[in-house]
Design a protein around this ligand. Structure first.
Ligand code: TSJ
Length: 636
């Protein structure tokens, strides 16, 4: 290459400059989330190679300096000169925005979102990036700094004649990212999901930093095993995981499903391995096939009498865990966040594949079919009862407009933007909170003991529950179809429970309720966890409050560990008087609040998280809360 910049080169620089100027446009944000996105972009390119049938293993390592290395055993990115650009295809992939994936028709049939595009974006946002290609007996290498090649593609050695693959290492740019430390668990969740979605692909994740760790994900059963994983810790209704597979109109369809004995539906849909949290045509096709096939079967086999109404889709999906995964050449994403599949051919393809294979399965497995139908019929009855109960409460509210719950100590300010509601465990803590609060803008709603687990109760029972009714009326938004965020009465909903395992359990039950019935409250950031202190330390008339064991040890190191300090461990909120509660947990100037957020990237793990948190095992729950508390937000 000469020293003079041609028009093409200038465009290149402008392209990657644009990425550095507005990174959010390309990777969502420059927070930790965006940071991890860099790894997904690189890994997804290797996964594309696996989907094309040329790669079996992907190795991901977090190196000691927080750089990441991704290695695959695919064909290796082509290194030959690309005529149009007048340089190595490899360099084109890493330096030209929107390049990649396609080399004169030799590209991938399916790839998602930014796939094949992301390499140059990652390069632009990295302090340095190095790529090594093994191909036809030679090892090639190129290095870039902040998106610019610092040398041309050079041969650095030899490899075995049959050896091939791509190795990419990069260090995220500290000038761009707010946080540059990778989180092993975050990568683990996403890589596990990718492995489930790509049958037979083996993904190894390694952490070479202080806490050396390694994990291999390899699922021969693909999405079948995904369903088994999601139902882990729950009671499946039958042994089999149903699996449907087929191609139609250029859409490759895979569906796996199994009911458990809970009452919530957990359906996750993907297009070209990309999560579609908002569903779309593939999900619609699945739901349609399921409803139609079940009603046909139930009628034909007299499980549903002629006089009875059809089962509704939601009745059949009660307790259903399912994965819908389609592969399409040109996916069209719709909706505000572009997370919804729009291709109409996907609807028909999924509908046809599922209808045919599910009909066959039900005929072959009458005992399973019967169990499914019986559960659906019970759901149908509960839904009818719930509707009655709901109509009743609606009529009541219509009569005496808004009857706030008797236990609520409301605040006087009526502007929701200024108002907070503390949901407090137990009447005694509720009493302290009531005395402690700022009456102007802090409302208190005490709840008695453990609230209902909405995953283990049907709608009719949920609507009849006093604590749940109290929350619904206090929040003011209504639920489900009636949900209206503009009616929210408090812009901070603060869950305040004891700083122990039981308290964490109650928080989880509350979060589960809110997530299942009013997910928008969490998505829009209105839900918080209060952080009461664990210890009070007094020495020479001075007082400290600390929020963790680590903090306690640090403090004791500082002030000296001797008999003169009286350390008090708070077993519960109830042990604090109103003044202490105000100082430590409720005073906006001094308190710590964790905002609850949801990582859309890995929503499927959320269900596993809830199951873990609510199961009988105490240790995983405590670990989870501690691990997540330190980040300042609790990412459920
Ligand atoms: F993102 C990336 F570009 F940095 C990257 C790409 C990172 C990693 C770890 C792997 C890859 C990658 C790309 N692995 N394998 C490939 N394959 C190709 O680029 C390739 C190879 C051959 C042909 C062909 O038509 O012969 C086509 C392609 C797209």
């Amino acid at each position: 290459m000469g020293t003079e910049y041609g028009a093409d080169q200038i465009q290149i620089l402008e392209g990657l400059e644009a990425v550095r100027k507005r990174p959010g446009m390309y990777i969502g944000s420059t927070s930790v989330r965006g940071l991890h996105h860099l790894v997904y972009e690189i890994v997804d390119n290797a996964v594309d190679e696996a989907l094309a049938g040329f790669c079996d293993i992907i190795d991901v390592t977090i190196n000691e300096d927080n750089s990441v290395t991704v290695v695959d055993d695919g064909r290796g990115i082509p290194v030959g000169i690309q005529k149009k650009a007048g340089k190595s295809a490899l360099e084109v992939v890493f330096t030209i925005l929107h390049a990649g994936g396609k080399f004169g028709g030799g590209g991938y049939k399916v790839s998602g979102g930014l796939h094949g595009v992301g390499a140059s974006v990652v390069n632009a946002l990295s302090e340095w990036l190095e790529v090594e290609i093994s191909q036809e007996g030679k090892v090639y290498r190129q290095r870039y700094e902040r998106g610019k090649a610092v040398n041309s593609v050079e041969v650095i050695g030899e490899c075995e004649p049959g050896e091939h693959g791509t190795k990419v290492s990069f260090l995220p740019d500290k000038e761009i990212f707010e946080e540059t430390v990778f989180d092993y668990d975050t990568l683990k969740i996403r890589l596990r999901e990718t492995a489930f979605l790509t049958k037979n692909l083996k993904i190894v994740l390694r952490d070479d930093r202080e806490d050396k760790r390694e994990k291999t994900f390899h699922y021969e059963g693909g999405i079948r095993e995904f369903v088994t994983y999601l139902n882990k810790g729950k009671a499946p209704l039958y042994d089999q995981v149903l699996y449907c597979e087929g191609s139609k109109e250029g859409v490759y369809v895979e569906v796996s499903m199994q009911h458990n004995d809970s009452y919530t539906e957990n359906i996750y849909s993907f297009v070209n391995n990309i999560n579609t949290p908002e569903g779309g045509t593939h999900l619609a096709g699945f739901k349609n096939a399921l409803t139609k096939t079940f009603n046909d079967y139930a009628r034909k086999n007299k499980l549903l009498k002629d006089s009875e109404a059809n089962l509704a889709g939601e009745d059949i999906r009660e307790g259903l865990t399912a994965i819908i995964s389609v592969k399409i050449e040109e996916p069209q994403f719709e909706g505000q966040t572009k997370q919804k599949l729009g291709n109409s051919e996907a609807r028909g393809a999924v509908d046809t594949v599922v209808s045919e294979q599910l009909t066959y399965f039900l005929e072959q497995n009458p005992a399973v079919a019967k169990a499914m139908c019986e559960k659906s019929i019970l759901a149908q009855r509960a839904r009818a009862a719930a509707r009655k109960a709901r109509d009743l409460t609606r009529r009541k509210t219509a009569l005496d407009s808004m009857t706030l719950p008797g236990k609520l100590s409301d605040c006087s300010d009526k502007d929701p933007a200024n108002c907070e509601i503390y949901i407090v465990e137990g009447d005694s803590a509720g009493g302290s909170a009531k005395d402690a609060r700022n009456k102007a803008n802090q409302a208190i709603l005490p709840l008695r003991g453990k609230i209902l687990n909405v995953e283990k109760a049907r709608l009719d029972k949920i609507y009849a529950n006093a604590e749940i009714k109290a929350m619904i009326t206090a929040f003011g938004t209504g639920i489900h179809d009636d949900f209206d965020i503009t009616k929210l009465r408090y812009h901070k909903i603060i869950l305040m429970t004891d700083a122990d395992v039981d308290g964490a359990h109650i928080s989880t039950l509350l979060l589960t309720f809110i997530y299942r019935f009013m997910p928008e409250l969490i998505k829009q950031g209105y839900v918080y966890l209060a952080q009461p202190p664990l210890f009070k330390i007094e020495k020479n008339k001075r007082v400290w409050y600390v929020y963790s064991e680590e903090e306690l040890n640090l403090l004791l190191k500082e002030i000296g560990r001797d008999n003169n300090n009286k350390i008090q461990r708070y077993k519960g909120l109830g042990e604090m008087d109103a003044e202490q509660l105000w100082e430590t947990t409720m005073d906006p100037e001094r308190r710590i609040l964790l905002r609850v957020t949801v990582d859309e990237e890995t929503t499927s793990e959320l269900d596993v998280t809830f199951t873990t948190l609510m199961g009988d095992q105490v240790e995983p729950r405590r670990e989870f809360i501690e691990a997540n508390a330190k980040y300042g937000t609790l990412d459920i």
